[in-house]
Design a protein around this ligand. Structure first.
Ligand code: ZN
Length: 181
């Protein structure tokens, strides 16, 4: 897992209760210093991808849990010179079981339009207002990712903000996974 917290660069070190968050890496500092194209921006620090997940979160339909989630799925493709991204939100239902997560909404939108090659997904969630903690994909969504993504390379970006996020490889979140591929 890689950890990024731009807000803490001035202090150099980020502490946390669970010990997951670490010092902002030299690699990240180089990325900030380098001039980046829009594509590189999406593929490296995920700022733009997180922004889209936050925008998608505004459409979350969560009257039962009051937990609002947005996801932005980065594909291997471009459209009009920009990275092709599918977004999703959680959509709940009074019968509960028809409820769909933000991540699967994004995946199913993409697959239903013929896209099956993905690089990363940003996930942002929480109650009303700004997220206070990282939201991780549920087990069902991880299995859906396993169906379409290379677990060695596909990245899950759990974000609190555009500058504070954790990056996991799918294989970290779904070890010893069942998969047909
Ligand atoms: Zn899920």
């Amino acid at each position: 897992m890689a950890v990024f917290s731009r807000g803490c660069l001035c202090r150099g070190v980020t502490n946390s209760v669970d010990g997951r968050r670490k010092t902002a890496s030299a690699v990240f500092l180089r990325l900030v210093a380098a001039k980046r194209s829009e594509m590189e921006d999406f593929m490296t620090d995920y700022e733009g991808l997180i922004r889209q997940a936050m925008k998608a979160r505004e459409n979350a339909y969560a009257p039962y849990s009051n937990f609002y989630v947005g996801a932005a799925l980065l594909t291997n493709f471009e459209k009009d010179g920009k990275p092709l991204i599918y977004t999703g939100c959680n959509i709940e239902n009074s019968a509960f079981s028809p409820t769909n997560c933000a991540e699967r909404t994004a995946f199913f939108k993409a697959v239903s339009e013929g896209c099956r090659a993905f690089k990363a997904i940003a996930v942002v969630g929480g109650g009303q207002g700004a997220p206070a903690s990282y939201t991780m994909p549920c087990g069902v969504c991880r299995q859906v990712m396993m169906e379409f993504c290379n677990p060695e390379t596909f990245e899950i970006v759990a974000a609190i903000s555009e500058s504070d996020y954790q990056v996991y490889k799918l294989k970290e979140l779904l070890p010893e996974a069942f998969g047909a591929l």
